[in-house]
Design a protein around this ligand. Structure first.
Ligand SMILES: NC(=O)c1ccc[n+]([C@@H]2O[C@H](COP(=O)([O-])OP(=O)(O)OC[C@H]3O[C@@H](n4cnc5c(N)ncnc54)[C@H](O)[C@@H]3O)[C@@H](O)[C@H]2O)c1
Ligand SMILES: [Zn+2]
Length: 355
């Protein structure tokens, strides 16, 4: 079994690549509660052999990623008699991960937990880094903290039941990681983008590479104060698109489009050359299909963009490319000229109505 030592602000912890169901069954036997995506339970409940009294099922959607759901999980843990010395197991994608990170961190001032990510997005990106991101009212990911699991297992068989949209959503985050990790990684990504659909080993190697690249960043900046901010590439525009489409597209697909907008904005600001924009654009387009383009209101998009956590008073804080594989946080005035550049992207490349 492959293994990675994952960096955090304190101790390192282990991530294992697992090829059978033994570890997960053992953890389920020993833990005090299993918090699991309801859909994953329907698909894998029998293989996993979870006893009824231990299960806390979550009916997953973006709008249940709230403080209230995290508190509901805590309530169920109290009712199930989960004690401070026990550990809990989380099985699901990014939504379950965000909720359990938060709930585990506050339950009795912190309880141990083990993570089994089940989507491509969570296996290739979100499972490491220890962040929780919780939505509050209409504000996406506005609440959160850091609370790492004790162990993570990547079981690629979970991916077999994902929809094409969920696979492409995961690819969106993988595109982000490779596109900010130097010149060479972009070349490798372009090769692999054309063959991952037909070869699960290519997908597994993309997951491994993506985690290694993100882990290099965590080693230097586990708490997101500097270098790690680069992982937010594509996310200012991506989050604004999620808000303006009322979460009409999966997160990683919004990030794919968000990366393209960030690159176009950098082109217009004279930060990158046309040929680099074109190369990145044609790679990102491989991850998009017609139905990803959902109508939205541009003013709503700008209002969401203005609320981004990286902004300073009157300035957008954007992660933008400055050369192939290199991105930086730069500040741009919130004004008509800059907003028009963003709008121009949608006029040129976005095949749906932008009012
Ligand atoms: N905390 C972080 O560092 C971080 C990083 C990136 C994204 N996120 C968050 O993650 C969320 C997106 O994560 P996601 O894409 O994993 O979404 P998700 O958890 O909503 O899962 C997507 C869909 O796949 C289903 N599903 C999960 N596993 C499955 C499986 N094995 N087979 C079939 N269906 C399965 C779920 O029920 C859901 O319908 C967003 O809320 C985003 O903000 C958090
Ligand atoms: Zn993301």
């Amino acid at each position: 079994m492959n293994e990675l030592k994952i960096f955090s602000d304190s101790a390192t912890y282990d991530l294992f690549f697992s090829s059978n169901w033994d570890e997960i069954r053992t953890d389920i036997d020993r833990c005090a509660a299993v918090i699991i995506d309801d859909k994953v339970f329907g698909l894998y409940g029998e293989i996993l052999n979870i006893q009824d009294k231990k299960i806390i099922k979550i009916k997953v959607s973006e709008d249940i990623k709230t403080p209230q759901t995290a508190l509901d999980i805590c309530e169920e843990m109290v009712l199930a008699g989960v004690t401070r010395d026990a550990f809990i197991v989380a099985i699901g994608g990014g939504v379950v991960q965000d909720l359990v990170t938060f709930a585990a961190s506050i339950y009795m001032r912190g309880i141990d937990w083990v993570l089994y990510p089940t989507t491509l997005l969570s296996q290739a990106d979100s499972c490491i880094g220890g962040k929780s991101s919780i939505n509050f009212k209409s504000w996406k990911n506005i609440l959160g903290n850091f609370y790492t699991p004790k162990r993570i297992y990547i079981q690629s068989q979970f991916l077999e039941t994902l929809t094409d949209d969920d696979i492409r959503s995961g690819i969106g985050e993988i595109l982000k990681v490779f596109m900010l990790s130097g010149q060479e990684s972009l070349e490798r990504l372009i090769e692999q983008m054309n063959c991952y659909q037909n070869d699960s080993r290519v997908l597994e190697s993309l997951i491994f590479e993506s985690l290694k690249l993100k882990n290099n960043i965590l080693e230097v900046d586990a708490l997101d104060n500097g270098l790690r901010l680069k992982m937010n590439y594509g996310h200012s525009f991506g989050h604004a698109l999620e808000a303006a489409t009322h979460f009409g597209i999966p997160h990683g697909i919004a990030v794919t489009i968000g990366l393209d907008v960030a690159n176009y904005f950098a082109l217009k600001q004279g930060l990158i050359e046309h040929h680099l924009f074109d190369r990145l654009h044609s790679t990102l387009t491989l991850n998009l299909i017609d139905s990803d383009f959902v109508d939205f209101n541009f003013n709503e998009f700008i209002r969401a963009l203005e609320k981004d956590k990286k902004n300073k008073q009157g300035f957008y804080g954007l992660i933008v490319p400055v050369s192939q594989g290199e991105v930086e946080l730069k500040f741009f005035e919130m004004n008509q000229i800059n907003n028009s550049m963003i709008r121009e992207y949608f006029t040129k490349y976005y095949s749906a109505n932008v009012e």
